[in-house]
Design a protein around this ligand. Sequence first.
Ligand SMILES: [Zn+2]
Length: 277
Amino acid sequence: MPSKELLFGTGGIPRSTKGTSSISGIKQIRELGLDCMELEFVQGVRMSEDGAKNVLKTANNEDVALSVHAPYYINLNSYEEEKLKASLERIYHAARIGSLCGAQSIVLHAGFYQKSSKKHTSESISKALKELTGQIRDEGIPAILRPETMGKRTQFGTLEEVLALSAEIEGVMPCLDFCHLHAREGKENSYSEFTRILSRVEESLGKEGLSNMHMHVAGVEYGINGEKKHLNLKESDLNYPELMKALKEFKARGRVILESPILEEDALMLRKLYNEI
Ligand SMILES: [Zn+2]
């Protein structure tokens, strides 16, 4: 669903949350005055259907928009049939429980090249995502699968790879992780590079590409092989003021999920910066 505005929130529950549940996290997002939260199913989907319905109720009451991060343990380019099946099952489960929570966007790390060519990897991942989006659609689950741009060079997920999948497959849209885009090659960190990225999104996906965005932002430490670890924005070299300017200039709509260690502090800081432009 295209959004009317740009929402800011945290990846996982805010650090200041009392308790550890998703429900207390959603209430804390409201307390902080933020807009959205990403449910981190990264170590596995451990939420029951009843639990998900309670999350939906709380999110509606508190007017907090939710998304889901699927488990990390996924490789849609696995050479082992069993592992591929398990990966598809994990994403499916994240989408099913996520949609019961009212989350439409399901972010995922698609896989690794291993010994495959980039072309072969893209084809395997595309085949897997076509199968999965078909199943999800057949079951009436209103999920959008969002392969993320990835920060390590061994991982599938350049901007072009993620845009190609999104253009090709109904029910697939990108998750643009700006710290990963930057860390992968040490580039993508200036106003002109940010606007080039947004232009590519529009060229590939049309207006909806910019009106229904899902983004991850954090500072990042990186080296020759790409991403090492996430940092707080002010302790990193990420040019986030220029990124906010580019998003404003392109009238980007959707969500910005902060994944830096201080989560909500950076989410509030970034939204303030964005609003002041
Ligand atoms: Zn991620």
